[in-house]
Design a protein around this ligand. Sequence first.
Ligand SMILES: [Zn+2]
Length: 85
Amino acid sequence: MIQQTVQIEPPLPARPANLVFQNYQKTGLIIFVAALLYLRLSLRRRKSNRVCPQCNSRNPHHRSNCIQCSAPLMVTSFKEHLPDA
Ligand SMILES: [Zn+2]
């Protein structure tokens, strides 16, 4: 009687093998992306803000007069009104 020695290996669990990122890497990546988005948003907001020529306080873009001193806000740069290239 000949015993066959073929062993069928059980399939490996798919999750740990296909997991590309470890948990801490995932968390770091999410934090990095969130920081990037926040940075981009804050930069864009700062760019669109208008600085008062009289008291140098920042005003939202839609304001035509300063919040602090109610001076009329001038268009500081001509580029502001150019369409994006
Ligand atoms: Zn002002």
